[in-house]
Design a binder for this molecule. Sequence first.
Ligand SMILES: Nc1nc2c(ncn2[C@@H]2O[C@H](COP(=O)(O)OP(=O)(O)O)[C@@H](O)[C@H]2O)c(=O)[nH]1
Ligand SMILES: [Mg+2]
Length: 270
Amino acid sequence: MVGEATDTRTRTTGHPGVGRVLVVIPTYNEADNVSTIVGRVRRAAPGVEILVADDNSPDGTGVVADALARADGQVHVLHREGKQGLGAAYLAGFAWAAERGYDAVVEMDADGSHAPEDLPRLLDAARDADVVIGSRWTRGARVVNWPLRRLLLSRCGNLYARLALGMPVSDATGGYRVYRLSALAEIDLGSVCSQGYSFQVELSRLAHRAGVRIVEVPITFAERERGDSKMSPLIVVEALWRITGWAVQDRRVAVRRSLHGTPDGQVRWP
Ligand SMILES: Nc1nc2c(ncn2[C@@H]2O[C@H](COP(=O)(O)OP(=O)(O)O)[C@@H](O)[C@H]2O)c(=O)[nH]1
Ligand SMILES: [Mg+2]
């Protein structure tokens, strides 16, 4: 990771009841989208700061982001060496936020699928929660213009994740979230192994296991209008493979525990 970020004349006020907020926007070939999304976030939530985490996009997204950062002290850029996946970009963004003393980070796609106009509502929910998931599959949510195959993939993926992992989360694969830094500190981020979109499921699982407060709020999710999706069959296979692995691991632990218990009789994860 090159990791040089534009700096930081901080003028933010943060979000009431949450504190200083950094919206991390991972980008790969989003030159047509990055200015629009940054502008929408700045208008919708003027108190937050933004970090564009760009994986050296060949289309020049990083150059566009640098220009945005030069013009606005609340916008920063993290330049990474090359495409390493969504999960790696987010982990780098979280570390950047932790080093600089932010109170909360937001995950948001660059392509407009996650409406910045919903952000104040997500941040309001974070006053009484450690993790807020913007859910596509809870009462009051809407999904606009998504092709049927993506709808099915998301519904089936979430059903499988919920059944396999026993998590009370309707949208474990969703990528519009708020994490308090104090909650991320409870999670062993060094153990995260996902590269693609299973990152969201993995963090949901780790947060659930850490016992932090998770709430879901309905969002309106819209298909991107410009640029191409980076979703690939490999990403789907990684998610299926990892969810199955975690489920097997959880069941093994449950069986071991029922046979042997824990030394002090307490229930705890390995
Ligand atoms: N930094 C970085 N961002 C990525 C990578 N893969 C996807 N993204 C970003 O992650 C977000 C979601 O990706 P997208 O292609 O919209 O996925 P989809 O919504 O599932 O079709 C977008 O902002 C992408 O630019 C990656 O390898 N590195
Ligand atoms: Mg998208």
